[in-house]
Design a protein around this ligand. Structure first.
Ligand SMILES: *Cc1c(COP(=O)(O)O)cnc(C)c1O
Length: 470
């Protein structure tokens, strides 16, 4: 297949030989990937020391001559697979992330083969329509207004950025300022309000938009990370209120009904960072947590968190399509002509991008409404099981376990850190450390489709073992 020692692909001429070499390569990749996924249940979640030290082999310079596709793939698998954290597996509880659903992973491979530049409808009609279908389904699932416009972006950080750019446009347009044309120099000031427990990337997004990280007016929370409606400052002039569905530590959601009512009465734009919390809407038993969020003006969420699709996959939703397009379209002549199709790049910061909506569509299609709700409700039930098992042994659960997040203290800060270090080294499961309102805690995030109750019991035992040994 590789016909010479170097530059093996230069003589590719579309022959049957090339086709069969590609087929062999892709089959090899599929075989290696399946082996990897099958190993996740048994291998330690954290990579071993030998695997990490073998990574030194990556330090070499770019070889003068390539090693060819098949050998390159083998090298990747041998060197890097063992050095990965088993994030895709059922017992990684370190961040609010999932693993890839089989349908989403397979769709990702197929979309990779399609290799579509999903920026324009005219050249990628298939994936553009697929993405539209996914968005319509998501808008219905979250019960957002039917005219809501949306874009596929890399993650919630950029989804917040995108939606807040639309917010910035709208609140300044209302006072006669065109921020896209004239920038922020000399513009009427915008008041930005966010909770004390807003996600740090929300502040970063505001900084990137020229709205400043430090000039944000912060609002006190109720001790669980929910913004206190009675602590809202008076609202006047161009204002953006940033709310949250799903605090990254506690899972708590802001009380949307009173906050949005108040903000709208005073003319503010309301944005909801719902990176994972928005998904509560898809369930019967948890949807009360996000009651009223659909009255906001914009929303951000992640598909690579609770929908369990591959990274990078975030979604920005904006009620007023005009505001989103004004902020994101390349030219001002974005208004659709009669009969014109939706151009994906009118809704996102990116022009060229991969068709990340393919995996979102595949995840939605493969699970259906019932499957999505089951996954989310199961993860939350598993979080409650962790909390019950740990508090039964006398360890302090620091949060109300309303969603999929559990914060546990094993005593003082130093002891909690030692227990978590012991747990991480044990390798049965993986949890990280957080500091919640001054207290060091272990954070358990349950958001993987493949986590079953046996994984939870096994992990709980490992946690109790680690705590008993310190
Ligand atoms: C994870 C998270 C983010 C950032 O999301 P990325 O996809 O990592 O960019 C923002 N806000 C909240 C509430 C989150 O949980």
């Amino acid at each position: 297949m590789e016909r010479s020692g170097h530059a093996p692909n230069h003589d590719s001429d579309g022959t049957a030989d090339d086709a069969s070499a590609t087929r062999t390569l892709l089959r090899d990749a599929a075989e290696r990937a399946a082996n990897y996924l099958e190993s996740l249940g048994a291998r330690p979640v954290v990579p071993g020391a030998a695997a990490l030290s073998a990574l030194q082999r990556l330090d070499g310079p770019l070889p003068a001559h390539g090693s060819g596709a098949q050998q390159t793939l083998a090298l990747l698998d041998e060197l890097v697979s063992p050095a990965t954290m088993a994030m895709a597996g059922p017992r990684f509880f370190g961040f609010v992330i999932g693993g890839s659903l089989p349908a989403a992973l397979a769709a990702n491979w197929l979309a990779g083969a399609w290799d579509q530049n999903a920026g324009f409808y005219s050249v990628t009609p298939g994936v553009a329509r697929l993405e539209q279908s996914a968005l319509r389904r998501l808008i219905a699932l979250f019960e957002l207004p039917p005219q809501t416009a949306a874009g596929f972006v890399t993650g919630a950080t950029v989804a917040n950025f995108t939606a807040l750019a639309a917010a910035r446009h709208a609140v300044l347009a209302r006072v006669g300022w065109n921020v896209e044309a004239d920038g922020l120099f000399g513009a009427p000031p915008i008041t930005v309000i966010a909770g004390d427990e807003a996600h740090p990337t929300l502040l970063k997004s505001l900084g990137m938009l020229g709205l400043g990280r430090s000039r944000i007016v912060r609002v006190a929370d109720d001790g669980q990370g929910r913004m206190r409606a009675d602590a809202l400052p008076p609202i006047a002039g161009p204002t953006i209120l940033c709310l949250q569905a799903g605090n990254v530590n506690t899972g708590a959601c802001d009380p949307f009904v009173p906050l949005i009512e108040h903000a709208h009465r005073h003319g503010a734009w309301v944005h909801v960072d719902g990176a994972f919390g928005l998904w509560a809407k898809a369930t019967a038993s948890l949807r009360h947590l996000v009651d009223g969020m659909e009255a906001a003006d914009s929303w951000a969420t992640d598909a690579h968190k609770w929908l369990n699709v591959p990274y990078d996959s975030g979604l920005a939703f904006v009620r007023d399509a005009h505001a989103l397009k004004a902020a994101m379209a390349i030219t001002a002549e974005y208004l659709p002509q009669a009969g014109e199709e939706r151009n994906p790049s009118d809704y996102t910061p990116e022009l060229s991008r991969r068709a990340r909506g393919v995996e979102v569509w595949a995840a939605l299609q493969s699970l259906g409404r019932a499957g999505i709700a089951e996954m989310i409700e199961r993860n939350c039930r598993q979080a409650r099981r962790f909390a019950a098992g740990l508090s039964a042994k006398g360890y302090a659960v620091l949060n109300e376990v309303v969603l999929n997040q559990v914060l546990v203290s094993f005593g003082d800060d130093a002891r909690t850190r030692r227990v978590v270090a012991r747990l991480q080294a044990d390798g049965t499961c993986w949890c990280g450390i957080t500091v919640w309102q001054g207290h060091t805690a272990m954070r358990i995030s349950v958001s993987n489709w493949s986590t079953d109750d046996h994984d939870v019991e096994q992990s709980l035992e490992a946690m109790l073992r680690a705590a008993a040994s310190v």
